[in-house]
Design a protein around this ligand. Structure first.
Ligand SMILES: *[C@@H]1O[C@H](CO)[C@@H](O)[C@H](O)[C@H]1NC(C)=O
Ligand SMILES: *[C@@H]1O[C@H](CO)[C@@H](O)[C@H](O)[C@H]1NC(C)=O
Ligand SMILES: *[C@@H]1O[C@H](CO)[C@@H](O)[C@H](O)[C@H]1NC(C)=O
Length: 398
């Protein structure tokens, strides 16, 4: 093979692929969001010597049949078919010139529609080589809209363990379909549904199901939707209504005869808040001089044995009535009081005694040491006599 032959071989086999030296180049696939702009690339790779391009035709494959989109003809000019006329143009200005160059017949969709999703054929009619064509698939994406909502504005806690959908998250009209997951501290179940809409988009719906209870009141549910690489989050807070949960405070175990102004307080955890508090004394009656204000019962006194018994507070909200109670015993004499003040003074006294003892011992020890220290300057005989004399103190030090 001489050098010219080698170059022809190289050009025909590597630089110019395809049969007979011409080919139509397109992308492997194209995609765009609805409403966006997208180019469908088409380039004719000519041979040397070049063949003559008689016409370029863009077609859309619809149900297996070809529908014309646009035509570029060197002598007749450019024509875009009516359904595409206001949205499709040839990108390269040279295509539309009086003496056009039709090597690059890329078309641009200005605002994509869902119905544009299809296979598109770019066909070159040449002389004398005949037809060359290639195909590209155009995919249209639709970003879904997401929404989270409470299934009902308020839920009522049931005594039966009835599971109820409490929140719904919707990821609507996406193409491809979005995905939904939940983030919350509240345990529950998730039911997902996916619908295919008539326009080819998908709607995904996810419900969070749980047993509404006092414990789940004010808990937050977050719905996380993912679409392609995008993530959206949205949250709702549960509003669970429940009956009052009641306790009676205020009885200190020291209701002695003739004590005055003792109080009981009815503490209720309820949603909605308690609208009515009622007090009663089991097998007895609340004395007429008792004062009831909101949730507090004040027995002005003086206390008598008649006031002994079980005091019940009935708390009512729109969901129901629940009771709390306390059993009160009346004693003859006040309990020996160990008020906190007394406890503190006792502790202080003990501490003071301890400190005093510590100081005394330290002083003693120091005295002995200083005497020892000064005696070291004395004659050995005196030192010995002093050491002997002070032995009892040394024992204390040990
Ligand atoms: C393609 O086929 C579907 C059903 O097979 C039909 O509903 C639709 O109208 C057809 N489209 C065209 C453009 O003929
Ligand atoms: C284009 O779409 C058609 C029909 O949907 C499919 O058969 C073909 O494999 C696709 N081509 C490419 C390159 O993805
Ligand atoms: C309260 O009265 C009821 C009947 O009215 C009785 O059965 C019950 O034993 C009484 N309780 C007390 C603590 O006296």
């Amino acid at each position: 093979m001489d050098s010219t032959g080698f170059w022809i071989f190289l050009i025909t086999t590597c630089v110019i692929p395809g049969m007979n030296g011409q080919s139509v180049q397109m992308d492997d696939g194209r995609w765009g969001y609805i409403g966006s702009k997208v180019d469908l690339r088409c380039r004719f790779i000519n041979s040397s010597p070049p063949v003559k391009i008689s016409q370029v035709t863009w077609q859309k494959l619809v149900n297996g049949t070809k529908q014309n989109v646009a035509i570029a003809n060197p002598s007749l000019g450019v024509s875009v078919a009516p359904p595409f006329r206001d949205r499709v143009t040839f990108k390269n200005g040279a295509v539309r010139k009086r003496t056009p160059s039709l090597e690059d017949t890329t078309i641009t969709f200005s605002t994509l529609r869902l119905s544009d999703e299809s296979s598109y054929i770019c066909e070159y009619t040449t002389f004398p080589a005949g037809n060359r064509e290639n195909t590209v698939n155009l995919t249209v994406y639709v970003r879904p809209t997401t929404q989270i909502s409470l299934s009902t504005p308020t839920l009522v806690a049931h005594s039966s363990n009835l599971k109820t959908p409490v929140a719904t998250c919707t990821c609507a009209n996406g193409k491809p379909a979005g995905t939904i997951r939940w983030e919350t501290r509240v345990p529950g179940e998730v039911t997902n549904r996916e619908y295919r809409n008539s326009d080819g988009t998908f709607t995904v719906q996810s419900e969070y199901v749980l047993v509404p209870s006092k414990d789940t009141h004010k808990e937050m549910l977050t719905c996380v939707t993912s679409y392609n690489d995008e993530v959206f989050t949205d949250s709702v807070t549960l509003d669970i209504q429940y009956e009052p949960d009641v306790v009676v405070d205020g009885y200190d175990g020291n209701w002695y005869l003739n004590r005055e102004n003792v109080q009981l307080s009815c503490q209720a955890d309820a949603n909605p808040t308690v609208s009515l508090y009622q007090w009663r004394l089991v097998n007895g009656s609340i004395p007429s001089n008792a004062e009831i204000r909101d949730n507090v019962l004040t027995l002005k006194g003086p206390i008598t044995y008649d006031l002994q018994g079980t005091y019940v507070c009935d708390a009512t909200n729109s969901i129901g009535t629940r009771s709390g109670s306390v059993e009160v015993s009346i004693i003859e004499k006040p309990l020996p009081q160990i008020a906190t003040g007394d406890v503190i003074s006792v502790v202080a006294l003990l501490l003071a005694a301890g400190v005093l003892m510590g100081i005394t011992i330290t002083v003693l020890v120091l005295k002995i040491r200083s005497k020892k220290g000064s005696s070291s300057n004395d004659s050995p005989s005196t030192k010995l006599s002093q050491t002997i004399r002070k032995r009892p103190a040394d024992d204390i030090q040990l």
